[in-house]
Write a protein that binds this ligand. Structure first.
Ligand code: ATP
Length: 251
């Protein structure tokens, strides 16, 4: 079975205020799904439910189900560390740890108990290669990751995520803090790796969604308005609200 992630009737409340009004979606292995919609529609809130990041906040209530390969990720049987390993996350601001490139990428595997230097070397190299940053850093793996450019930092963060061999990668506006050339590199990295992962990407950049995603989900005011193949959605959306949004008529 593929690494399918799905939500069913997912509702989220901040205190008494309902921010997500029952979202059902299915994300498939080998695909990039873009989440789009105007500011405040709930994209980040929804994304953060998918690896239980919202658990860190007080006063949040979640109902409905989220399943990874048929298993409820909110079940007490699932440990949070297991979920974070299987469902990795990359943020808007590149957030490498303030230590070497090597140690950034080796961080997750070390925490999971990998000690053998050869094995770690191999994981670091493979992950940096997959993230399309190896050639730029291979001669200087001891360099502090925070000294890299923003685009390089973001690809190191992607490598750090890949190093623990996740099933799903969540990305919250991963290129919005980057210059256009770095953004293109991150986009092509995502397209290169997508066959092996289930990738879910929040983006404000419509060109980016249409360039790299297979499916697109359009959200508005905490609701899912439309979900379809990206090409269909951009060329011929079912819903007039989707078409208005994609044509810049609001938001
Ligand atoms: N920690 C929080 N506590 C209370 N309300 C919150 C919290 N985080 C988000 N919200 C509210 O939930 C709604 C959805 O916000 P969210 O950040 O998920 O939207 P978004 O679509 O990701 O927006 P943006 O594109 O601007 O990042 C907004 O009304 C926001 O004010």
């Amino acid at each position: 079975m593929g690494k399918i992630l799905s939500t069913k009737n997912l509702r989220l409340y901040y205190g008494k205020s309902e921010a997500l009004h029952g979202i059902s979606l299915k994300f498939l292995d080998g695909e990039i799904t873009a989440l789009i919609g105007p500011s405040g529609c709930g994209k980040s809130t929804y994304l953060r439910c998918l690896n239980r990041m919202n658990d860190l906040l007080d006063n949040v209530t979640i109902t409905g189900t989220i399943k990874l390969q048929g298993k409820d990720i909110y079940s007490p049987k699932m440990s949070k560390s297991e979920i974070r390993k299987k469902i990795g996350m990359v943020f808007q601001q590149p957030n490498p740890f303030p230590f070497s490139i090597y140690d950034n990428v080796a961080y997750g595997p070390r925490i999971s108990g990998v000690k053998d230097k050869k094995v770690l070397d191999e994981i670091v190299e493979t992950s940096l290669k997959k993230a399309a940053i190896w050639d730029e850093v291979k001669d200087d793996l001891k360099k502090n990751a925070v000294a890299l450019s923003g685009g390089q930092q973001q690809r190191v963060c992607i490598a750090r995520t890949l190093a623990v061999n996740p099933d799903v990668i969540l990305l919250d506006e991963p290129t919005s803090a980057l210059d256009p050339i770095s953004s293109v590199k991150v986009e092509s990295t995502l397209m290169d790796i997508k066959k092996d992962y289930n990738i879910i990407l929040v983006t404000h950049n419509m060109q980016q969604a249409s360039r790299i995603s297979d499916k697109t989900a359009f959200m508005l005011n905490g609701r899912l308005i439309e979900f379809d193949k990206t090409e269909k959605m951009f060329l011929n959306p079912e819903n007039k609200i989707t078409s208005d949004y994609l044509n810049g008529r609001f938001g």
